[in-house]
Design a protein around this ligand. Structure first.
Ligand code: PMP
Length: 437
């Protein structure tokens, strides 16, 4: 084991820091589907980094695009100057978005995309002369990044409880998860769509004329892969329409091919008013995010009454040229290799793999959609130790990277994965799960 002697100053996010320093794991290089560790082992990437490296690792088009761009135009002041790559990227991106969503605003991460979308939603109503619509609605067990707005609309108690009141005027709808766990359902569960009605209850509770927007992840990823029942997102859309509330899809994970379509909005056939993205936009290589909005929203800011438009928002690195070049190289890779629809081609094989683990000891649910999978394990009563984390450590030793959240193992490999690599992934994981106490 290679253990570096200069770890002290490095602070890994969250409490992961403690156990990491006790047992450091290092990646020193990566290529296509594999990482290489400091001690020279290959690790199959079962999670596309953190749900982001959709095109795989160190892909030539992306590497070359970044190298060329940084030598040509490294930076342009984001509030004064445009540059050709930003225009080219925007027009290519909106060819991929659902019809009607045709403007793009750049950020640097998923968390920033969420903050941007929430602010845009509130500001939009104000520009339209409906300034009383300032409330935001999220979902229990939703994850929308780590900034104050995202934590506020997010529904993870552990992330919220240290920070007091957070944003005021935020409420949450119940999640379907209680109904869908133990479903072992292939793809979308058949039942549970009626959970969407909880949105109507929350809107009415606060008076619809005060509600600006609802934000949902089409598939909640970071909280353990919670797949919406058939018809659920359609009902959420219908309730938003009934009350004039904007619908934001947080597509930070589901965007860029994860479900076998460019966006989850396409997969489910439900068009939101705003979409937040990041991760796959540059295949995780360079920090970048984007908020996609409907024309009406863009036009309201562009054409609205001057005295109502006080919306100042943007980042030093919005549409950074190197990030734009990375995104263009990523789109080239996706399009040349057909990666945005590849998850659809692999979905059956993938589902077979996920559900092949369902009878193993301690497995209480298996779920899949597109190239996402989850294996939920029985909690160890009265103990903080998580079987899933033990599985993560063992899988790493056996050459497989998985992700865990609580008792859930989440899988989301790069979209370039082959069928043979899918088989290898599940064979390794089967061995890991069989070895669990
Ligand atoms: N929204 C969702 C749905 C996410 O999954 C994530 C990250 N996992 C975020 C927002 C935050 O993205 P970032 O870590 O890039 O800020």
């Amino acid at each position: 084991r290679v253990v570096p002697n200069n770890l002290e100053a490095f602070w890994m996010p969250f409490t992961a820091n403690r156990q990491f320093k006790a047992n450091p794991r290092l990646f020193v290089s990566a290529k296509d589907m594999h990482y290489r560790t400091a001690d020279g082992r290959e690790v199959l990437d079962g999670t596309a980094g953190l749900w982001c490296c959709n095109a795989g690792h160190s892909r030539p088009r992306i590497v070359e695009a970044i190298q060329n761009q940084v030598a040509e135009l490294d930076y342009a002041p984001a509030f004064q100057m445009g540059h050709p790559k930003a225009f080219e990227l925007s027009s290519r991106l909106i060819q991929l978005t659902p019809k009607g969503i045709d403007h793009v605003f750049y950020t640097n991460s998923g968390s920033e995309s969420v903050e941007t979308a929430l602010k845009m939603a509130i500001a939009y109503h104000r520009v339209k002369g409906e300034g009383s619509r300032f409330r935001l609605i999220g979902r229990e067990r939703g994850y929308h990044g780590v900034n104050f707005g995202g934590v506020s609309v997010g529904g993870i108690v552990g992330n919220r409880k240290m920070f007091g009141t957070l944003l005021t005027g935020v409420d949450h709808i119940r999640h379907t998860h209680d109904l869908t766990r133990n479903a072992f359902s292939r793809g979308q569960p058949e039942y549970g769509a009626e959970f969407a009605e909880d949105l109507e209850r929350v809107i009415q509770l606060h008076d619809a004329s005060t509600v600006a927007a609802v934000i949902v992840e089409p598939v909640a990823g970071s909280t353990g892969v919670l797949i919406p029942p058939k018809g659920y997102l359609e009902r959420i859309r219908a309730i938003c329409d009934k009350y004039g509330v904007l619908l934001i899809f947080d597509e930070v994970i589901t965007g860029f091919g994860r479900l076998g379509q460019p966006f989850a909005a396409d997969y489910f056939g439900v068009t939101p008013d705003l979409m937040t993205t990041a991760k796959g936009i540059t295949s995780g290589v360079i920090p970048m995010g984007a908020v996609f909005v409907k024309k009406e929203i863009h036009d309201a800011f562009m054409n609205g009454p001057e005295h109502l438009i006080e919306f100042f928002h943007g980042y030093t690195y919005s549409a950074n040229p190197v990030a734009c070049a990375a995104a263009l190289g990523t789109l080239d890779t996706y399009q040349e290799e057909g990666l945005l629809t590849r998850a659809a081609e692999l979905a059956d094989h993938w589902a077979d793999g996920v559900h092949s683990l369902k009878d193993l000891p301690h497995v209480i649910d298996t779920r899949n959609l597109g190239l996402i999978g989850a294996i939920e394990l029985e909690p160890i009563a009265g103990q903080p130790t998580k079987r899933a984390f033990t599985a993560f450590l063992d899988a790493y030793e056996k050459g497989l990277l998985i992700r865990t959240t609580g008792d859930i193992i989440a899988l989301s490999p790069p979209l370039i994965i082959t069928k043979a690599q899918i088989d290898q992934l599940f064979d390794t994981l089967r061995g890991v799960l069989k070895a669990l106490d």
